[in-house]
Design a protein around this ligand. Sequence first.
Ligand code: PA5
Ligand code: NI
Length: 177
Amino acid sequence: MIGKESFADKVDFKTGELANCGSHNKVYLNDIKTLFKDQEEVQKRLDENPLIYETFYPDIDTNIMYVFYGVTKIHPGTIGREFFMTKGHLHIPEQITEMYLCLSGRGMLLEQKDNNIKKTVMEPGTITYVGESSFHRTYNIGKEPFIFIVACNADFEHDYSLLKDDGFLEIVTVDDL
Ligand code: PA5
Ligand code: NI
């Protein structure tokens, strides 16, 4: 478990892999099938069950006030017209803000706060800052893997409950380009 002592890590900009990786998670279409808008297209793609995104996290003590970081890699592709994406979540407590830094590929950060939608294109070098109470999701809008690093306070939980209701008011599709 890291957090108390200083250390160095290394991220591979092409693969998203962390040298000091404690957990590597893979999310397939079947895991998030209800989240894509085009459910007819989801049914057609379930046999293939494409890999949508992966996360890489070091083994950080998340219960105290340390800095938490990790890498997300979203593969290129679409389900119907909608680009491959992460689930999307809110932080609990909602005051926990977060920074994303794009390492490679091209993505879109979708945010929803008080029924207002914000879409921000992310390219290598783009830093996006997710403010308080912002429901956020990322999409790969390019042809290569979209890889970004995330950093925030470690003492929070991901709240996915909004996805059970109507989800986001907008999505990101090929029509956004
Ligand atoms: O903390 C974050 O915002 C990221 O590490 C996300 O959890 C990651 O990008 C995956 O997104 P989600 O948890 O919405 O599927
Ligand atoms: Ni977040």
